[in-house]
Design a protein around this ligand. Sequence first.
Ligand code: PLP
Length: 352
Amino acid sequence: MTGPGRGVLARWRHVLPVTAATPALTLGEGDTPLVRSAALERLCGLDELWFKLEMCNPTGSFKDRGMVVAVAKAVEAGAQAVMCASTGNTSASAAAYGARCGLDSYVLVPGGKVAAGKLAQAIAFGTRIVEVDGNFDEALAAARELSEDGAVALVNSVNPDRVQGQKTASYEICESLGDAPDILAIPVGNAGNITAYWRGFVECAERGLATLHPRMCGFQAAGAAPLVVGAPIEHPETVATAIRVGNPASWDGATAARHESGGLIEAVTDEEILEAYELLARKEGLFAEPASAAGVAGLLKLSRAGRARGGRAVAILTGNGLKDPDTAAARYSPNIVKAGPTAREIARALGW
Ligand SMILES: *Cc1c(COP(=O)(O)O)cnc(C)c1O
């Protein structure tokens, strides 16, 4: 098979650590749509705003893009099992690719803080779930210790193969737009993704696929904004559970991306995140999970503060809104009326 749709390992093998011994693993990840904004572009004071729909990956988040590489390399290295700590999406992804390869998988999740859809996925894929009485940062420290002897492969974004896979999104953006954008807006949690995108854009410029580097604009939730504060947060809190991280493993990668690109990493409040979450749904027809809305919330905030400079931006919609039905239920009062089955009854119920 050639062209798009082959999966990340086959399509981008020339820029990935793929060898003859790497299994040809894919669930159809990558090649996600890049869709032009209908309404938010103007509100954000931009000439162009595009959404990269990473929520269209097979398990509904960008994590698949790196997981396919990490799990394939784990198989190549002879691992029998994979393990991760997760705010939810990494566990769904590790469980899916683990199942595909016949590997056991173990996921450590912060108890009570994982969105229902993500847990449902991990359960469906048959992974062994450990609900940790602690936060993500503590779970990651434990996962690192448990995987030290190499019998189980750690597939968090501290695994360099994850970052390699995730950088391919930058290649796709440059390919679609014919160049890198002026601005890349992205939510930041454990900071592997902003690190990966920056690496991808630097490589694209080196390979002549782009003439410019984007300003990397990362956004953290105000209650979980260690990179903004400049110190780890012991008890991170936010409605955007996917970025509820107090001590990002890729701290240095994120700050290097900010510095080298002339970008920024700032905080957005939960209310700003939920406003962007609603605008994405109501004005764009895009149902992204709350963490995904943080990048868009950040662009809106910059614009309202008079800091928008026009240009072309890409916002990464990292995960699917279906994963977190509870946040949707809490945010919206459903617009539902009951009616009998006839046209007359339905028209009456609608007040026609
Ligand atoms: C994992 C995740 C993030 C954060 O990515 P990091 O690489 O941890 O910074 C953002 N949004 C969603 C939906 C995620 O699953």
